[in-house]
Each structure stands twice: as C-alpha cells, then as structure tokens.
Design a protein. Structure first.
Length: 329
C-alpha cells in the first residue's frame, strides 16, 4: 500500500472525472485544475468517464491531447462510471472528482506533499469548500490514525471526493451500481475500515459547486422517495456488514450507521415535512433494530437529536424546526 521504489514508473495519482450532461466549460475547468497541480505528466493520469451524455464533449477536449483519457459509456449512473474507471487506473492513488467541481492548487498540493512525505499512507483526507476565492497557503501538519480509529473517534466526511486513496487499499471495493443516492457514504465507510494509515488534513482542497439541477436538489415526490429509499438500503447494507466484522471495525461502523440513521430521520423531515411519513420511518427503523438511536456521546448534535427523536413530543418539535433550517450537504 505504500509508495515503493518498484512502482515508481506508475503515475502517482489517477484522477477520475465523472461527467454527465454538464456545461463543457465546467469540465474543462476541472481538467485545468488538475493540470495546474505540482505533478509532472508522468505522475498523473486523468480519466474522463462520460456516462452517456446527450452530447459528447469530445470535440472540446481535443486540446488536451495526451493529457487525458476519454471514455464514453451508455448511461448507467455515477456509481457504474466510477467502477469502470477505477478498474482502468494505473496510478498508485485514486482521486475521484465530479465534472462540475475542481481542485484548489495550494491546498491540494499540500495533500500531494503529505503523500510524498509519508510513504506508509493508505488515505489522505481533506475538506471541501463552496467558495472559489483565495485559498489558505499555510496548513497544519496532518494527523495520523488508522481508518477504524478515525471512524470511532469522530464523524467522517461522506463524500468520496474528499479522500485521496491508494489503489491497493481500494482493492476490489466498488460502488453499488443501483444506488443513485447514498453511494458515497457506503463506499467511504468501507474504504476507511480497510486503511491502516490515514493522514487527516484540515485543508479545503476541493471546490464543490452547488447546482440547482443536481440530483440532490430534485424536489419532486418521486425523487424524494427514491432518495430516501436508496439511503435506507445503504444503511441496512452497512448494518449487515457491521454484524460480520471484527470488534473494532464493528464499533466504528456502528457509529457511522447511527450518524447516517440520524441524517436519514433528519432528511425525512426536511424533504417530506410529513408527520405520517416520519412515523412510518421510525416504525421501519425500529423494526430493523436501528431505532431508538444508540445512547452514545458521538457529538452534541447527535445527543440532542437522539433525545428529541425518541419521543412523540420531541419529534413534533423536530417537524416544526428542521424545515426552517438551512439544508446541509
């Protein structure tokens, strides 16, 4: 899993850009942000995986020549697109990027320097930002933990785009193809419990561009039902996985499952604003052994949410207040 002398001919990082019906200028901005990093052409590999867009962006990508690989597939969803690209990569490490986002040079170069300076790394973690302004140029030293230790001690980032991970630690791990929602949370939890060495940075290296046309912003009844259903399926799969893992990994996964279950109840209220739907959700979670939420001091937010959601009066209060709150990514 470390960067060894015997594989120095491989690219250091393979960047996988998923693309589907996006403005081409955003895709080009994404590619340009990679080309601006402190990597030589031999150290990087860029794969653009087009998930069956209505119009191929290929003509606009010709200017990049040999700096990128373009792959077009029939529309199968982002999970299938990422799986295909991950099986293609030659790099020692993998970075996933959505085609409408980009990497911020100075913070991401710090992640690359961390990778170069710590040959035992399985994963480098970083944060995202919504602001495209001037990024910080001085950063705190990374913190070293195992993936299991990280998951047991704090809440993790759900987005797979916030992890620079080794091809070896990924091994055959794949995104669940049929999931349109929750695929990142399932993947990152499983990725982390595989990692012996994680370097945690506090840099904001990923620019996430919020677009009202993205899947997470669809507000029609069918999209909401699909989102909630897929997230429930993801939680149940992680819960099943936790049952068969060694003790330390099981405890780590159980914390993550509790957090995701809290988010699921929160989203049920935020998206449906229905007391009937909330009661149905609580009943189903109770049947699956996921409710009441475990009495653990995971975070202040979790503690208060657990207390309020555990009784009818508290749930009525949540139904009143949550729709007034700003949605979280």
């Amino acid at each position: 899993m470390a960067i060894t002398e015997s594989i120095q001919q491989q690219p250091l990082v393979s960047f996988i850009i998923t693309y589907y019906n996006l403005p081409v200028d955003l895709l080009c901005s994404c590619i340009d942000s990679i080309l601006a990093l402190s990597l030589s052409p031999e150290e990087r590999e860029i794969i653009v995986i087009d998930d069956g867009s209505d119009l191929s962006p290929m003509n606009d990508l010709l200017k990049y020549g040999d700096d990128m690989i373009y792959v077009r597939q029939k529309n199968k969803g982002v999970s299938a697109a990422r799986n295909i690209a991950m099986d293609m990569v030659k790099g020692q490490f993998i970075q996933l990027i959505d085609g409408d986002d980009c990497l911020l040079s100075e913070p991401y170069n710090f992640c690359l320097d961390t990778l170069r300076g710590h040959r035992d790394a399985d994963i480098i973690t970083f944060d995202f930002t919504h602001k495209a302004g001037h990024a910080a140029t001085s950063f705190n030293p990374p913190i070293k933990k195992s993936g299991t230790e990280l998951m047991r001690s704090q809440n993790i980032k759900g987005s797979s785009c916030c992890y620079l991970f080794s091809k070896a630690v990924r091994s055959q791990l794949a995104f669940t193809p049929d999931l349109a929602y929750g695929e990142d949370e399932e993947f990152t939890a499983q990725l982390l419990i595989r990692a012996e060495v994680v370097y945690i940075t506090d840099v904001q290296a990923y620019l996430y561009r919020e677009r009202t046309t993205s899947a997470t912003h669809l507000a029609d009844e069918d999209s909401i039902e699909t989102r909630l259903s897929h997230n429930m399926d993801m939680i149940l799969r992680l819960n099943k996985l936790a049952d068969v893992r060694p003790y330390s990994e099981r405890i780590a996964l159980q914390r993550r499952i509790a957090q995701l279950t809290m988010d699921y109840i929160y989203n049920t209220i935020q998206l449906t604003r229905s007391e009937k739907k909330l009661n149905e959700t609580i009943s189903q979670l109770r049947k699956d052994g996921l409710f009441p939420l475990p009495d653990r001091p995971y975070s202040t937010k979790y503690t208060w949410f657990r207390r309020l959601s555990n009784n009818a009066i508290g749930r009525k209060l949540l139904l009143t207040t949550i729709p007034l709150m700003k949605k979280e990514r």
